[in-house]
Design a protein around this ligand. Structure first.
Ligand SMILES: Nc1nc2c(c(=O)[nH]1)N[C@H]1C(S)=C(S)[C@@H](COP(=O)(O)OP(=O)(O)OC[C@H]3O[C@@H](n4cnc5c(=O)[nH]c(N)nc54)[C@H](O)[C@@H]3O)O[C@H]1N2
Ligand SMILES: Nc1nc2c(c(=O)[nH]1)N[C@H]1C(S)=C(S)[C@@H](COP(=O)(O)OP(=O)(O)OC[C@H]3O[C@@H](n4cnc5c(=O)[nH]c(N)nc54)[C@H](O)[C@@H]3O)O[C@H]1N2
Ligand code: SF4
Ligand SMILES: [Mo]
Length: 903
């Protein structure tokens, strides 16, 4: 494999979104853009990409980019400065604060979206040279419970299996994972196994997600009860003769205590059903299928990790795999699905406050070893503050200087209002960013440092299966953007640590990182990539994706861990962990009778600084919403398509209501993606309680007590504009990327005259208006040449005009006179019938179009694809199409008949 595919002249790189770590071929178009396709040679995806990966070409524009270093001047405005001035300033201020208040008064907050090389340098600077372990990362909100669970059970943060296990398993258990939306390419791989080999799929989630749509068994358990379910399973495995006694005997300890505790928690099928809210037959069916299927992979993600008992959940799952010896064997393992593209690389580097470096911890021999390797003058000797505690310490004024690199904590931390308020107290607040503006930047940054973005930066990332791949540059960095590792190294030099930070390239950093992993390792640490420590620059450039470990001198690369024991504890045995009796940290009350669950949607990435600029990705679910069970909707008076205020003890949001049977009674679900930059009142992190797991420090993001109440708006509507608009304060709005500009979905109670004067104030040029006071309708569009510049459609709730049609007219460079005349009717012209909300992002196929095809006889996703192309590129929408087939009544009834006839 080479860095550049000679046939295509495409650069081989890796997707910057999720932890699947798909290989991407990028072919620059010479105008700053690039054609994107999946790399058929990459073992994570074999050429496939999901909707987000496929749309990467739409996200590399420069419009929102931070291009120059900026410093806040004495008058409060941000001013462009030279790099040397910015770096001198940062180093000077850090040095001053460290001298005055000690190394504990400064902190770095990093990200699983950094490259390993960036992470390595930042971790080395803080832990080895500044002398504090206050380096934490957004992985604390993401993978920390898996890390803690792995370390408790295995003695190291080891993912025992690999992706091939998903092809070879006979049973795939997904716990707290919406892989259909969040790890789509891996999910397709699981479905291929189901299709080809008949693997069965069990999905365990309080919500009936699109992942559950393909499940043979769906367990809609009560939130937070996974430990009870897997405790019940352990008891069942013991009582039904499914244990691997010799594995338990030779390779583990603590089984009896763990089993006794499991009996206490859920000693029978009935007790498990009671504890989880599941039916006894469902529990029994799950236990039986698990007990009888040796090749089982249990995949888990944020429904497990993001919990105040996340570490116990992880260990309850691992216990069942250890007890059956189903670990590190083909098709059999527990499997933590990592979230971010380089969450794993960050863990390898030691970028969490409770790790030191290279899978070493804060034990005296390890501190000494790392100190000698780094020649560190002031090595940190104890753990630093974990994310939530770090921001609390900032709020108390104990941490005075913070450097945020590659994350948006004002949006993504729990109790996000408090986190944002804390940022305002900092004496020094530095951010390395790709974008000029996000909620964290807007929370009062003192220094902004422009970082290279995907496509420009170069280094390595590690995916969920321990595979290290290269991200390669295929675009020139714009403006003065620099590599994150370079920026940190330059500050380190100015702090007086030049010799240790004299890196010339990412390759040089990688070699040092690889050497540290092998330093005095002798097989005692899982993470060892010593074989890569002497790669030449050329070899680093051409490096093919590799699984670790890569020990020096090893002939046969090791694919999996622990099939024959060999754990990383002193006695080389794994530990069974007896979990605490599970209980959620918070109770619902009369005032907060519901629980708010939060998570992701298919086509957006986190706080939308990148996916949010793709028109294609904005089409699927363009508005922030809250999903409510029909019974709760009735009880609290909210209606589908209406609006609601969701309130917790921490904050409130105003969201569109989606009433759905897929939601469990008593629970709400809201996506995490919107921020103050993209919506008026949908920064969901502000609602979330800051409770954390006692072992991992990971916050419980999925179960905050909440209330919901309807909120009425008289007017609905939308605006489209070539430039971003500042909407009046009282308006509910959400911004979405559309072809040619920005779309705003609106709701409001002000009168039409107010809208008219607002529109006239923002729209220049040639204005056409339609005003019907009686009907409550105002529509206006301004033109420049034959193109729409700005338009606004406001009307009564159900009659604001067809957004789909107007968007396509807005996208056109030149409108015919007919189209111009018809525009303000908001109805279709020239066959521009709206297809409804987009389901297939790749081909822009809407729900209405798909439902028409179903009504006209399409009976499978394949048949819909044959007619409409929908689902034939990335396939991310296939689960949703299957759901629509199921929901379309006529088709559903016929299908059931067909199924009966077939039996
Ligand atoms: N489209 C998209 N994909 C992404 C991302 C993205 O932003 N957008 N982000 C990436 C990142 S960083 C991450 S961490 C991953 C996250 O990937 P996932 O973990 O799959 O995603 P989430 O939506 O956070 O949560 C998963 C599920 O946990 C369920 N859940 C809530 N409480 C419980 C519980 O008590 N028990 C169980 N069993 N389930 C529960 C939720 O209902 C939800 O469906 O996705 C990655 N992929
Ligand atoms: N309520 C709730 N909260 C959650 C979650 C949840 O499920 N529920 N999930 C949590 C999880 S799992 C995660 S991973 C977090 C994610 O939350 P965040 O990390 O806060 O979200 P992102 O939008 O990915 O922020 C990344 C920022 O870094 C910038 N950036 C991207 N690449 C680079 C780079 O190479 N260099 C630099 N310097 N900057 C870069 C982007 O422009 C963006 O502003 O959210 C967490 N918060
Ligand atoms: S599954 Fe999608 S988002 Fe994840 S790495 Fe692959 S293409 Fe990127
Ligand atoms: Mo994550």
């Amino acid at each position: 494999m080479t860095a550049v595919d000679p046939a295509l002249r495409a650069t081989r790189t890796t997707c910057p979104y999720c932890g699947v770590g798909c290989g991407v071929l990028a072919t620059p178009d010479g105008n700053g853009g690039a054609a994107i396709s999946g790399d058929p040679g990459h073992p994570a995806n074999f050429g496939r990409l999901c909707s987000k990966g496929s749309a990467l070409g739409e996200t590399i524009g420069l419009e929102s980019r931070l291009l120059y270093p900026m410093i806040r001047c004495s008058k409060g405005a941000m001013e462009q400065v030279a790099w040397t001035d910015a770096l001198d300033h940062v180093a000077h201020r850090f040095r001053h604060i460290i001298a005055h208040d000690g190394p504990g008064a400064v902190a770095f907050y990093l990200s699983g979206q950094l490259l390993t090389e960036d992470y390595y340098v930042a971790n080395k600077l803080m832990k080895g040279f500044i002398g504090s372990a206050n380096v934490d990362t957004n992985s604390r909100l993401c993978m920390a419970s898996s890390v803690a669970g792995h370390r408790r059970a295995f003695g190291a943060d080891t993912v025992p299996g690999c992706y091939e296990d998903l092809d070879e398993a006979d049973l795939l258990v997904l716990v707290g994972s919406n892989a259909a939306w969040c790890h789509p390419v891996l999910f397709q791989r699981m479905l291929a196994n189901k299709q080809k080999r008949g693997a069965r799929i069990v999905v365990i989630d309080p919500r009936r997600t699109d992942t559950a749509g393909d499940a043979d068994l769906f367990l809609g358990l009560k939130p937070g009860t996974d430990t009870a379910l897997f405790s019940g399973l352990l008891v069942h495995l013991a009582d039904s003769g499914a244990l691997d006694s010799s594995y338990i005997e030779c390779h583990t300890s603590g089984f009896d205590d763990a089993l006794a505790r499991a009996r206490n928690i859920a000693g029978s099928v009935a007790a498990t059903a009671l504890a989880t809210g599941l039916s006894e037959p469902d529990v029994a069916a799950f236990f039986q299928i698990f007990a009888n299927t040796p090749r089982v992979v249990t995949l888990y993600s944020q429904g497990v990790n993001q919990s105040a008992q996340g570490t116990d959940k992880v260990n309850a799952i691992i216990n069942c795999h250890l007890a059956t010896g189903r670990i590190g064997k083909p098709g059999a393992s527990p499997f933590s699905l990592t979230g971010q593209p380089n969450a794993m690389g960050g863990r390898e580097v030691g970028g969490l406050a409770n790790q030191l470096a290279a899978h070493m911890a804060f034990t005296p021999p390890e501190i000494d070893r790392v100190r000698r390797f780094w020649k560190a003058p002031r090595i940190a000797t104890h753990e630093g503050l974990k994310a939530v505690q770090m921001f609390e310490a900032i709020g108390r004024g104990e941490i005075k200087a913070l450097w945020v690199i590659g994350t948006n904590p004002a949006v993504s931390l729990p109790d996000a209002d408090a986190a944002r308020a804390a940022l305002k107290k900092l004496e020094l607040f530095v951010i390395s960013e790709n974008v000029r503006s996000n909620d964290t930047v807007n929370a009062g940054a003192h220094v902004l440092l422009p970082a290279q973005a995907w496509g420009e930066k170069s280094g390595t990332v590690t995916n969920s299966e321990r595979r290290i791949s290269r991200q390669r540059a295929f675009l020139d960095p714009p403006g003065e953007a620099k590599a994150d590792w370079w920026i940190v190294s330059e500050v380190a030099k100015r702090l007086g640590f030049g010799a240790a930070f004299d890196f010339k390239s990412a390759a040089e950093v990688f070699r040092e990182h690889a050497a540290l992993s092998a330093f005095e390792n002798n097989g005692n640490r899982d993470f060892d990539i010593g074989a890569l420590a002497s790669l030449s620059d050329e070899a680093f450039d051409a490096m093919a994706p590799v699984l670790w470990p890569m020990r020096l001198g090893e002939v046969e690369p090791q694919q999996r861990f622990f099939a024959d024991g060999g754990f990383f504890l002193n006695d080389r045995k794994a530990r069974f962990i007896a979990p605490e009796i599970p209980a959620l940290r918070t109770e619902t009350t009369a005032g907060r009778p519901l629980r708010l669950n939060t998570g992701r949607i298919r086509d957006q990435w986190h706080t939308m600084t990148r996916s949010g600029i793709s028109p294609r990705l904005g089409q699927h679910l363009p508005e922030p919403f809250v999903e409510v069970h029909p019974a709760d909707a009735t009880r609290f008076g909210v209606t589908d398509g209406g609006f609601a205020r969701v309130v917790t003890d921490y904050g409130q949001c105003a969201l569109r209501v989606a009433v759905s049977e897929r939601q469990q009674r008593g629970m709400l679900f809201a996506p995490i993606h919107w921020s103050e930059a993209t919506a008026s009142a949908a920064r969901v992190g502000a609602l979330v309680a800051p409770f954390t797991d006692p072992y991992s420090g990971q916050p419980e993001n999925k179960a905050t007590p909440a209330s919901i109440a309807p909120y009425e708006y008289v007017f609905r509507g939308f605006a489209l504009s070539r430039v971003q608009l500042k909407l009046p304060d009282h308006v509910w709005w959400a911004r979405v990327a559309v072809t040619g500009g920005y779309g705003y979905l609106l709701a409001d109670n002000a009168d039409l005259a107010g809208w008219q004067s607002w529109l006239r104030s923002v729209a220049g040029g040639d204005l056409a208006e339609y005003l019907d006071f009686g009907g409550g309708i105002y529509r206006a569009a301004s033109f420049s040449d034959q193109r729409i510049e700005t338009c606004l459609f406001v009307g009564p709730a159900r009659d604001a005009g067809d957004w789909g049609v107007v968007k396509s007219l807005f996208a056109a460079d030149s409108l015919s006179d007919d189209q111009r005349r018809m525009l303000l009717s908001g109805k279709s012209v020239d066959g521009l019938a709206s297809g409804g909300p987009v389901v297939c992002a790749c081909f822009g196929v809407g729900r209405a179009t798909i439902c028409d095809a179903i009504a006209a006889g399409a009976r499978s996703a394949g048949e819909i694809g044959a007619r409409l192309k929908a689902g034939t590129n990335c396939g991310s929408c296939i689960p949703e199409m299957k759901r629509l087939i199921g929901q379309t009544n006529v088709a559903g009834a016929e299908q059931r008949q067909l199924a009966r006839a077939a039996n």
